[in-house]
Design a protein around this ligand. Structure first.
Ligand code: TXA
Ligand code: MG
Length: 343
């Protein structure tokens, strides 16, 4: 398949608009930027389109898709009901990196929701994404634009690498502002439950609702899980990721002492740049300024770089769990398949 690469400015062009519309009508695939990560979008109301998404990603088809809309009031078209607290969250955080789960109505096909009776909906806070949904004239189902199991995509080069020749169109929207995927909140239960943490934190949600919500997202999945996305391998570079939690000196002592087990392996340590002097191995950093926002922004790009560097073993120093560190560690712990060593 020949993939057309578009610049955001071309979305104002009439011929391009028609091409996009036709592509979605034919259940085609368009990769587009959002404020969180790139998405691989298709008509959310077409079972055939959902199947194409699963195929392009190599994703198991019981993993439900998020439906992206361009206007708050459109949520009503796809759900059975919206409770008062869900309205509060919509009014406070949309457009933005918050996905809400509702009981779906018959308009949304089961192929889009991975056979669930619920549907995940969000309104992204990105001009290009909103313009694209409006041009499409339909809601867009869009999972993160990465091959299943791999780190999400936050740069044009990531989506080009994974999907060139496998989708109809890629819109080059530069690098994603936030860098980690939206917070997912189930509004069909009381209290609400956070199924995936993101840059909209539990504290922000509780403050808006003036009530407690639960967070299920850090539990290692066992048995039947509410958010099927949680049970698969996720965010994984080719090498093995191991999280080491502790003071920098102890982390360095632990890793340096492993040298006899690591002969012949390409080892990379991910920690702050200024810690490099403690380690006998190459150090890579998520952020030069050590700001949480910058770590989130660079997270998936850094994980993808591990493949370019040919890393066999990737030790990542735990960054704590306050504010954005919490959703960042959530991704890293999954990339490590839950292997966390405390020193
Ligand atoms: O920021 C984002 O949310 C990005 C951008 C492209 O919008 N999208 C994204 O989609 O991360 P995806 O498919 O990679 O992750 C969707 C997550 C999965 O963990 C999935 O299991 C969960 O949302 N999810 C979707 N529908 C659900 C439902 N009905 N019930 C429970 N969890 C659901
Ligand atoms: Mg994903």
């Amino acid at each position: 398949m020949k993939t057309k690469i578009l610049k955001p400015s071309s979305l104002n062009n009439k011929t391009v608009k028609n091409l996009i519309k036709e592509t979605f009508i034919k259940s085609g695939l368009v990769i587009f930027p959002t404020e969180t990560v790139y998405g691989i979008g298709a008509n959310a109301l077409s079972p055939e389109a959902a199947k194409k998404i699963y195929k392009a990603k190599g994703r198991p088809s019981d993993n439900p898709l998020i439906v992206h809309i361009a206007a708050k009031q459109d949520v009503k078209k796809y759900v059975k009901s919206i409770n008062q607290d869900a309205f509060h969250l919509i009014n406070k955080f949309w457009p933005g990196p918050l996905t809400l789960i509702f009981n779906k109505n018959a308009v949304v096909p089961k192929e889009t929701t991975g056979n669930l009776n619920t549907v995940a909906i969000r309104m992204p806070n990105n001009k290009v994404a909103l313009q694209l949904i409006k041009i499409a004239g339909m809601p867009l189902a869009a999972p993160s634009a990465n091959l299943s199991g791999k780190p999400s995509s936050t740069k044009f080069k990531h989506v080009y690498q994974d999907f060139h020749g496998r989708v109809d169109i890629i819109i080059n929207g530069g690098s994603s502002k936030i860098g980690i995927e939206s917070t997912v909140v189930d509004t069909t239960v009381k209290p609400f439950v956070i199924l995936r943490p993101g840059s909209i934190t539990k504290a922000m949600i509780e403050k808006t609702l003036n009530k407690k919500v639960l967070d299920n997202s850090d539990k290692k999945p066992v048995g039947k899980v509410k958010s099927p996305g949680m049970k698969y391998v996720h965010y994984k570079p080719n090498g093995q990721v191991i999280i080491i939690e502790g003071s920098t000196k102890k982390v360095a002592a632990y890793i340096n002492a492993q040298s006899s087990n690591l002969v012949g392996k390409k080892v990379i340590v991910v920690t702050k740049k200024e810690n490099a002097k403690y380690f006998n191995y190459k150090v890579v950093s998520f952020s030069l300024k050590n700001s949480q926002k910058e770590i989130a922004h660079n997270l998936f790009d850094t994980l993808r770089k591990m493949d370019d560097l040919g890393a066999d073993i990737i030790f990542v120093q735990h960054i704590g769990s306050k504010n954005l560190a919490y959703p960042i560690m959530n991704r890293l712990i999954k990339a490590a398949a839950y292997k966390v060593i405390k020193v």
